[in-house]
Design a binder for this molecule. Structure first.
Ligand SMILES: Cc1cc2nc3c(=O)[nH]c(=O)nc-3n(C[C@H](O)[C@H](O)[C@H](O)COP(=O)(O)OP(=O)(O)OC[C@H]3O[C@@H](n4cnc5c(N)ncnc54)[C@H](O)[C@@H]3O)c2cc1C
Length: 153
């Protein structure tokens, strides 16, 4: 109850800006880590509409260029490092050679294995309308509602 009163106070200053009618209950711009955790991960209640707009690749930096590929690459590097330091671990002789292209193929396989969790198919199945396109920023002082997506730049 106290939380509801507090929330009403916080949102009061936006009350005047609230649109009379909106096409969506929630629009998330960007399907990176932040967008994907903000987008619902359970089917919406009746008459609720959610939209997710992504201009490039679902999963954003984390899946495609950041966390996931870096950890996969680090794992291969760690394995090589352990082999090079095998004596420290009480192993007399160990050797390894590597092909960087194969290491990178594994990195890609790891991304591919995780991709379905961040996919349009998964979020569509959860009742989120997924749109590929760039959400244009409204011109200063001219906020547009509802937000629209435009394909490409
Ligand atoms: C090498 C590396 C390793 C990392 N390792 C870790 C780790 O181990 N653990 C960890 O917690 N973090 C890690 N991070 C950080 C992590 O990747 C970021 O914190 C995370 O990706 C941020 O997510 P985000 O959703 O804020 O942004 P992003 O991942 O950048 O996603 C934003 C998305 O919004 C889309 N977008 C932007 N503007 C628009 C628009 N106008 N319209 C439509 N779509 C738009 C973009 O295409 C993008 O997909 C790492 C980062 C790097 C570079």
């Amino acid at each position: 109850m106290l939380d509801a009163i507090k929330a009403r106070k916080v949102y009061a200053k936006w009350a005047q800006q609230r649109p009379a009618k909106a096409d969506y209950n929630m629009v998330v711009i960007g399907a990176g880590s932040a967008g994907l955790v903000s987008a619902p991960t359970s089917p919406p209640p009746p008459r609720r509409k959610w939209r997710l707009i992504e201009k490039h690749r679902m999963g954003g930096d984390c899946l495609n260029t950041g966390c996931v590929p870096s950890k996969a690459l680090i794992r291969s590097a760690k394995l090589l490092s352990h082999v090079a330091r095998s004596k420290e671990f009480g192993i007399d002789r160990a050797s390894a050679s590597f092909d960087f292209a194969e290491v990178m193929q594994r990195v890609q396989r790891v991304i591919t294995a995780i991709e379905p969790h961040d996919s349009v198919e998964r979020y569509t199945g959860l009742g989120v309308e997924c749109v590929t396109g760039r959400r244009r920023s409204p011109r200063r002082g001219r906020s547009r509602w509802p937000p629209t997506a435009a394909a490409g730049r």
